[in-house]
Ligand binder design. Structure first.
Ligand code: FAD
Ligand code: NAD
Length: 367
């Protein structure tokens, strides 16, 4: 017996259906919402459980079934955006006719607030690890073929490792593999690789363990979490990014998205705070991008530079911000994104409010 658990005040109840041909089984999810895309659905087929979680507004709609017959490992996902329909096309292992789709598993056909769903993990394989600065590395993980997972801009996932029988979990923000490549070739939808820029803290709990992984080893990756609304970018004219250290990571996809998808955008400015020149992640790429792309500027601010540094100095301050946050035109539509160590973000937010930017014009990244 399949039961529905509907969230109060949530979107109007989604539903699903299925049909088959000789070789394919198509599961259709009717979200009854328009703002649905390939980021909205996460599909996993592992250990005999087929799971499709659709994020609809602040709710999560779950299909969770033990399929009645075997299917091939890979599948495809399509979205018909204007009607909010999601199609998951599975390939049958044998061309027999299925009498029913499968048996419902826990919480099948339920719609609950997203926060109550709990994180779901799948094992991803370490494909490569590249030194970026003296203490940050670019990790490339590969999703299993039986997973469809795209992390929306501004969202993070949790990485999980089991060390001496204990699970350790920390949040990380996926990036693109480079700032420059994506401008030539936009990432393929449903790209099978996920990239992370991660600073290794020698005395840290998690990052040394991550750093010890060998190519081919597995890390569990959760479903995405985060609250940046892509609608904040609509009609945007000035985008200011304030990043400190690895707080740069959410800015990578934001930069790419804004420069390629927002025609109204006049200017994107990044103020990047680091301790020393050696700590600046992708400095070369940032400078190249600023050279190539007229709308983009970058300024580096160092808190502990060598005596040769003749650029900007110090920590985040009202003086630095009021000079930096100049609108391209009077009363332009502006968004300021801020991310870094907690004291940096807290101070920055206070200064931004003092400079009369509204809540609506600011997005801060915290856990
Ligand atoms: P921890 O064990 O947390 O230690 C970190 C450092 O602090 C070490 O130097 C340690 O010696 C020191 N330390 C620990 N405890 C104390 C203490 N009590 N007093 C003084 N010092 C102490 N990081 C990235 O590199 N890339 C990302 O993309 C990224 N995304 C994130 C997204 C979100 C939403 C959040 C909240 C954080 C993100 N982080 C990111 C940070 C990441 O989650 C971890 O906090 C970071 O990797 C450190 O983990 P760790 O367990 O190795 O270190
Ligand atoms: P870091 O220690 O190398 O410092 C980088 C810069 O941050 C410094 O040069 C300084 O300008 C500023 N800063 C540091 N401490 C400060 C303080 N007490 N007051 C004011 N400014 C300060 O930075 P890191 O080791 O790369 O740490 C990056 C931080 O960003 C981590 O705490 C990480 O958890 C956080 N982070 C958060 C997210 C998120 O989405 N919430 C994403 C990525 C990183």
């Amino acid at each position: 017996q399949v039961t529905d658990t509907l969230a109060k005040d949530g979107p109007s109840s989604p539903s699903y259906d299925w049909f088959q041909t000789d070789s394919l089984v198509t599961i259709i999810i009717y979200t009854k919402q328009k703002d649905i895309n390939l980021d909205s659905v996460i599909v996993d087929h592992q250990d005999d459980a087929f799971r499709a979680e659709t994020v609809i507004k602040n709710c999560s709609y779950l299909i969770h079934i033990e399929l009645s017959h075997e299917v091939q490992e890979d599948f495809s996902v399509r979205v018909v955006e204007n009607v909010g329909k999601i199609e998951i096309v599975l390939k049958k292992k044998e061309n027999t006719s299925w009498k029913f789709l499968g048996h419902p598993l826990e919480n099948h056909n339920s719609l609950i607030p997203r926060k109550e769903r709990g994180l779901y993990y799948r094992k991803c394989q370490l494909i490569s690890k590249e030194d970026i600065t003296h203490d940050t590395k670019l990790f490339c993980l590969m999703r299993p073929p039986s997973t469809h997972l795209q992390v929306p801009i501004g969202q993070h996932v949790y990485l999980k490792l089991t060390v001496a029988g204990t699970e350790i979990v920390k949040p990380y923000t996926p990036v693109s593999d480079s700032l420059l490549l994506e401008f030539k070739e936009p990432a393929l939808p449903n790209n099978k690789y996920i990239y992370f820029l991660i600073k290794i803290y020698p005395a840290g709990f998690f990052t040394p363990e991550l750093d010890h992984l060998q190519i081919g080893d597995f890390v569990s990756v959760s479903s995405p979490e985060g609250n940046l609304k892509i609608s904040k970018f609509q009609e945007l004219e000035d985008l200011f990014l304030l990043a400190a250290g690895t707080g740069f990571t959410p800015m990578v996809k934001i930069l790419n998205y804004a420069l390629t998808n927002i025609p109204s955008l006049r200017k994107v400015k990044l103020m990047f705070f680091n301790k020393t020149e050696d700590d600046i992640i992708w400095r070369n790429q940032l400078e190249k991008l600023a050279f190539k792309e007229k709308r983009f500027d970058v300024e580096f601010v160092l808190s502990a530079p060598t005596s040769e540094w003749n650029g900007k100095l110090g920590h985040i301050s009202p003086a630095l911000l009021s000079e930096f946050l100049q609108r391209s035109v009077d009363k332009s539509r502006v968004l300021i994104c801020i991310c870094g160590p907690a004291p940096f973000t807290e101070q920055g937010l206070r200064f931004l409010h003092d400079l009369n930017f509204s809540e609506d014009e600011i997005h801060d990244f915290t856990a």
